[in-house]
Write a protein that binds this ligand. Structure first.
Ligand code: F6P
Length: 241
């Protein structure tokens, strides 16, 4: 695991964006795995700026998002599909059929999970996957648990996650308590993984992920098994390393 400590959010975002831009420049039909949350927003801004300077194209890029809330439609402002459009896709020439997020409105969640997993397998593998990390060490929506869930699955969100994500909603009761997420094997199947973490609230999870034992109680620790992971943190998130 390569750890890169940067001064602040801007520097973390610039390096993360560089990883994304390098992949897009070198492979016009690259497959990107993408996160939501507050952390990657500046990275997406930088990528959009580069697109606007006509330096990159998205027309053959395929994307797979890590997760989606169950019960929120694509038109819902809190859905992760909406988030991705707002921060990245709507500025680019990406084709709608190349954008993939789990369908949170499905009537058959199990079937949707299998379909999503198959769609990822069908493209071979993600060239690069970006991750944030929850304060409890979750990746995607893989919450601390007694065992690792390998493939795309339904998850019941932890109270801490619902509370933390309630900052994006009007009131906490509006936060969905279930979601569909890639599993840990899905995540590990990406050729390269780049994790971004900002702030002291992530420092404990980052330290356990890097130096602790591999355990489903800290899902991000599974990344120790991948041979090409870069973790980009600001000074605050590196506090316990
Ligand atoms: O970047 P943030 O907002 O701190 O979120 C961290 C993590 O939490 C999630 O938003 C889900 O709770 C993840 O998608 C993300 O990796």
């Amino acid at each position: 695991m390569e750890i890169v400590i940067k001064k602040d959010y801007d520097e973390v975002s610039e390096l993360a964006a560089k990883y994304m831009l390098d992949v897009i420049r070198n492979k016009e039909n690259a497959v990107l795995g993408l996160p939501t949350g507050g952390t990657p927003i500046r990275m997406y801004n930088i990528v959009v700026e580069e697109y606007k300077r006509k330096k990159i194209l998205f027309n053959n890029i395929k994307t797979f998002n890590l997760d989606e809330y169950i019960g929120l439609s694509k038109l819902n402002k809190q859905s992760y599909y909406y988030f991705m459009n707002k921060h990245l896709f709507s500025y680019t020439d990406i084709k709608e059929e190349n954008i993939h997020t789990p369908n949170g409105m499905t009537k058959d969640v199990l079937n949707e999970c299998i379909n999503y997993e198959n769609k990822i397998k069908a493209v071979g593998s993600m060239d690069i996957l970006f991750l944030g990390i929850g304060q409890n060490g979750h990746i995607g929506f893989n919450e601390p648990a007694d065992f690792f869930e390998p493939y795309t699955h339904k998850v019941i969100l932890k109270e801490k996650t619902v509370k933390s994500n309630s900052r994006f909603f009007e009131k906490i009761e509006d936060v969905p308590v279930t979601a569909i997420t890639m599993g840990v094997k899905t995540i590990l199947s990406a050729k390269k993984i780049v994790m971004l973490a900002i702030g002291e609230t992530k420092a404990d999870a980052i330290s356990k992920m890097v130096n602790g034992k591999i355990t489903p109680q800290l899902p991000a620790s599974i990344l120790q098994l991948h041979n090409d992971v870069t973790v980009i943190v600001d000074e605050n998130a590196s506090k316990y390393l």
